[in-house]
Every structure is written in C-alpha cells, then in structure tokens.
Design a protein around this ligand. Structure first.
Ligand SMILES: *Cc1c(COP(=O)(O)O)cnc(C)c1O
Length: 379
C-alpha cells in the first residue's frame, strides 16, 4: 500500500564514537581476556555512581542471574517468587538449579509485580524474591526488602532494564535500582539504554557474597585473589563457569558509560515527546504509569490497547506503514515449558499485558518527524 515509506525500525543501537578508540586501547594493552583495565573501570563506575557495593562484569544479564542463583545456593525444591510477566532468563537462571518458580501477577496499572500478593505466596521452602523493574520502573523495594527481612529471604533485582533508575524511599532517600537487593543483574544487550552488544553485570550488595562471587565468576577457581597477591597459588575451590567477558566488551561498554548522561537525557526527551503527542488519546489505549516511589529512565515507551483485537489492528496498521512496533512476554505461567508446574492461579494482569501491550520504536536517533509519523497512526 504505502511501500515508499521509509522503514522505522524498532531499535537502532547508538554508538558514541569512542567505542573503537577504547577497543584499540585494549589491543595496545595486550590484554584481551577479562578482568583488565576496562573491566575494572566499568565495575568501578557502577560502584561509585550507583552505590553498588561490588560489581562484576558478566557476559549477559542472564549470566549474572545464573551467578546469583548459585550464590544463594538454590537447591532442588527451593521456591523463588517472581513476576510471570518477564523475560525467560529471570526464571531460567533458577530453574537450572532445580528451583520451583512461584509466579506473581502484575499490578493493575503497572506491569511490574504486585507486591501485595507476595506474602501469601511465601512458604517454608521460599528462598528468594526476584523483583523485575519492568521498563526501568522500580518495584516497591521497601515493601519487598521488609518481607525479605521478616521471612529471611534473599532479594535479587532483575535490573536488566533499570540502568540509572531509582527507588525513592518514604523518607525521601533515593537509591539506584540494583543497589538495594542482596544481589542484582543488569543487561547491556543492544536493546537496552547502555549497550555492549551482549553484556551484563552482577551487583553484590551483601558482603557475605564478595569472595565466593569472584570464585564462581572465574570458573570455580580463586584466580582473582591470586592475581591480587593474596594467595600464592590458585586452584579449583568451588563450582563456577566462564562468566567473565573479554576486555573488548568492557572497553565498548565503558565508552557508553562515559556518555550516559547525554544518552539518558535524549531518551527522556523522546519519551516525553511520545507522551505529549499522545495526550488526549486515552480512549482506546492506556499509558505507562510511574508510581510515586519510582523514577523514569526512559527505557521504553509502551501503550496498552483496550483489547487484544485492537492491539492486532494497531500492529497491522504499523506494519503496512513500515513501522516496527512489537509486543512481548507471553506470561511465563502459561508458557509451553512451564505451564504444567504452575499452581493454577489466574494471573489476569500479567495476561492483560501479554495480550495488549505494544512497544513503540525507541532509540537515541529516533527523530521528531518519525515520532509524529508513529503517533499519527495511533490517532
Ligand atoms: C534483557 C532482559 C534480560 C536478559 O538480558 P541479557 O543481557 O540479554 O541476558 C533479563 N531480564 C529482563 C527483564 C530483560 O529485559
């Protein structure tokens, strides 16, 4: 129909221009494997800027979550509470260690999990709560941390989408997401705000995990302590895997981190522009709500159609106009892999977002003209 329209992709990775310089520096350093200059710079950045006690670069957020599951000693039969409306990695990391996943519904007006439902799901076997800060919007961390304290549970934040986003405590104190739970996991996949192609980071806020995390990170050896000169030989001391990324990945990431304020400011402009262009059009769909305890890191802009049929209609319209809008997360409790293990509770809000949410194209270089074209379709 309108095939001469320029395609608008869903995502376009943004390069700061300094990535190549940093990678050249890696070649000059003659240190291509992990845990060199750039690995340390990235980790230090997360520790100083976001108040994470100890940060370890990983090859993905998925890997960081897997490390977290090993660190809290998940054993077959342990129960882990998390939202159903999330990416598969949130659950897979714990399934790999034999856990049973207990799914929580989303809130009515926010895709993040409904904290009010957590307490009823806690049993003697519960070991951890895994809040997912969907779209970078904080879960109620005060509520979750207090439940964890009352029932002696670990909290692992899936902060894949939550770079430079914050939780505002009742007393006004502001803390970066990823710095509150015992452990946390970030993603630098090319669809996130700050990228390295593939990449991730484990945040460790509980000192008890510091030493063992390094061992698991380095294939179950105490190599890190050896290189710091703390021991005079290194060997196999625990389970572990190859979670540490190459310096090339960290060098790329560090270029992005140095530009993060610029990247975040631009994304926020794009987000606010969408919201403004669509103001007054809330008959057929609803907009993201940001709770008063959360901030907006402009990770994504989504709308929620009033019915699945209406979503299909909108997506079709986008397609004929050469615009790539997407939906995501088939609720995990209904997945082919896991539905047989779910306890049968209806999770209506998770299903609602599964069936009705649409993500609009969102990337640093998205122009005003393209945003007009996208929102005109909705109007
Ligand atoms: C992107 C994402 C992940 C996975 O991140 P990778 O770095 O690709 O492993 C996990 N959880 C959530 C909520 C995500 O959005």
């Amino acid at each position: 129909m309108e095939e001469n329209l320029k395609p608008i992709p869903f995502n376009k990775p943004y390069l700061t221009g300094k990535e190549e310089l940093n990678i050249k520096q890696v070649f000059q350093n003659n240190h291509l494997s992990g845990n060199g200059e750039f690995t340390k710079k990235c980790q230090n950045f997360f520790e100083t800027k976001f108040g994470i006690k100890k940060a370890l670069m990983t090859t993905s957020c998925t890997d960081a979550l897997e490390m977290a599951a090993i660190l809290i000693d998940i054993k077959p039969g342990d129960e882990v509470i998390m939202p159903s409306y999330t990416f598969v990695s949130t659950a897979n990391a714990f399934i790999l260690r034999g856990a049973k996943i207990v799914f929580v519904d989303s809130k009515k007006n926010v895709p993040g999990m409904d904290e009010e439902q957590i307490e009823n799901l806690i049993t003697k076997k519960t070991k951890a709560i895994v809040p997912v800060h969907y779209a970078g919007v904080a879960c109620n961390m005060e509520k979750i941390m207090s439940l964890a304290q009352d029932y002696n549970l670990y909290v692992i934040e899936d902060a894949a989408q939550a770079f430079d986003s914050y939780y505002i405590f009742e007393n006004g104190e502001k803390k970066a997401l990823g710095s509150i739970g015992h452990l946390s996991a970030f993603s630098f996949h090319e669809t996130k705000n700050i990228i390295s192609g593939e990449g991730g980071l484990l945040g460790i806020n509980d000192k008890r995990f510091f030493d063992r995390a390094e061992v698991i990170w380095e294939k179950g050896t105490n190599r890190s302590a050896f290189f710091r000169g703390e021991i005079n030989k290194y060997g196999w001391v625990d389970i572990g895997s190859s979670f540490l990324p190459s310096e090339i990945i960290s060098a790329f990431l560090f270029a992005q981190l140095l530009e993060y304020e610029n990247i975040q400011a631009k994304r926020l402009l794009i987000w606010n522009n969408y919201r403004e262009l669509l103001s007054g059009f809330n008959e057929e769909f609803s907009f993201p709500e940001i709770p008063s305890f959360a901030t907006n890191n402009a990770h994504m802009f989504y709308i929620v159609a009033n019915s699945p049929e209406y979503r299909s209609k909108i997506l079709k319209k986008f397609k004929t106009n050469n615009i790539k809008a997407v939906f995501h997360y088939l609720s995990l409790h209904k997945s082919d892999f896991y539905n047989k293990n779910h306890d049968g509770r209806k999770l209506e809000n998770a299903d609602k977002y599964s069936n009705r949410l649409i993500r609009l194209p969102f990337y640093y270089e998205l122009s005003n003209a393209d945003q007009n074209r996208i929102t005109d379709i909705l109007k």
